[in-house]
Design a binder for this molecule. Structure first.
Ligand SMILES: Nc1ncnc2c1ncn2[C@@H]1O[C@H](COP(=O)(O)OP(=O)(O)O)[C@@H](O)[C@H]1O
Ligand SMILES: [Mg+2]
Length: 315
């Protein structure tokens, strides 16, 4: 039985008043999504802002109802068997939501009570310790920094020892230390058998942690494979150089540009040569030219830009 199953899931938001006045339809945020995550997987759900990741997760958590299709957790339908499905699931939400009136330990005890668990203090202590919160146990929630609140949200999601852990951009805007603490702990839980579903903007995290990855674009799954296969599918090399000039649009569309540094995908030596010719013809002077192996970010940008390579576009 899969840990998570999405079956033909759609979510359409009704049009806003303004959209209705213009005769525009609502937004299909999730469009016919079907896939399964097996027990024990570390699964990545990637996609640009607005791709529908959080919408998909809120349907998984039973917080929002699919317009069509169904979602189940360990065989329990999230709509029909909400309590059972919810018990198997620990969700760390993207937004920092918390109750300002309690301290950290109280918040975790209340969450335990919500799942009918009494005398949970030894697990709560372990969570506090593993997440670097031990000295904050009696701190009031509203005194905590953003990063510390994020840690408490993770602890809250895990308080009932769920078999399936869902993290919606847990490392957005948090410091390196928390990222490391968090991944160490989540990887340990995964080794012990927990299933993990993660969305993140940090593709190097996904590449390092996830055994399989689905890429979402405008509500649709446009790629789903083992991480190693996705990496093979990309143009295998990247041409990297520095320039102070603007690239021709056709190349710029496919480039990773960070300040002066430009990176362009290329399948082989012949394509590299052609890229250099295109740059010369466009009058772009380059320096510090080098090649490197493609990573997950290259695959992602390639897929998001469409199926064409920069050379096909340039022609
Ligand atoms: N409650 C809502 N009402 C209307 N539109 C929404 C609502 N929630 C999300 N959306 C829209 O659905 C799309 C997907 O959003 P979201 O799932 O948050 O994307 P992601 O998490 O991948 O960034 C976006 O265009 C967003 O504006
Ligand atoms: Mg989101």
């Amino acid at each position: 039985m899969p840990a998570i199953s999405f079956q033909s899931v759609c979510k359409t938001f009704p049009p806003s008043r303004q959209q209705r006045a213009l005769g525009q339809p609502g937004l299909r945020a999730v469009d016919d999504v079907t896939f399964r995550i097996e027990e024990g997987e570390f699964f990545g759900l990637l996609g640009p802002n607005g791709a529908g990741k959080t919408t998909l997760i809120s349907m998984l958590a039973g917080l929002s109802r699919p317009t069509a299709g169904s979602v189940s957790v360990h065989g329990f339908d999230v709509q029909r068997d909400y309590a059972q499905a919810r018990r198997h699931l620990g969700v760390v939400p993207q937004e920092l939501v918390f109750d300002p009136f309690f301290n950290v330990r109280e918040a975790l005890r209340i969450q335990s009570g919500y799942f009918g668990i009494k005398n949970n203090d030894s697990w709560i202590d372990e969570l506090l310790h593993s997440l670097g919160l031990a000295d904050k146990a009696t701190a009031n929630m509203r005194q905590l920094s953003g990063g510390m609140k994020r840690r408490v949200l993770v602890a809250q999601a895990l308080v009932h020892k769920p078999q399936v852990i869902v993290l919606d951009e847990p490392t957005a805007g948090v410091d390196v230390e928390l990222r490391q603490t968090l991944w160490q702990f989540v990887a340990k839980l995964n080794k012990q058998g927990s299933t993990v579903l993660l969305t993140t903007h940090y593709l190097e995290e996904a590449e390092a942690l996830c055994n399989r990855i689905a890429m979402l674009k405008q509500g649709r799954v446009i790629a789903l494979d083992r991480t190693s296969e996705l990496l093979k599918s990309a143009a295998s090399n990247v041409l990297r150089f520095k320039t102070d000039m603007n690239l021709p649009w056709a190349l710029a569309q496919h480039a990773r540009i960070t300040g002066r540094i430009v990176q362009l995908p290329a399948k082989n030596a012949h394509e590299v040569e052609q890229l250099l010719v295109s740059l010369r013809e466009a009058g772009v002077t380059v320096e510090d030219v080098e090649m490197r192996k493609a990573d997950l970010e290259d695959v992602f940008l390639d897929l998001m830009a469409g199926e064409q390579t920069p050379l096909e576009v340039a022609r």
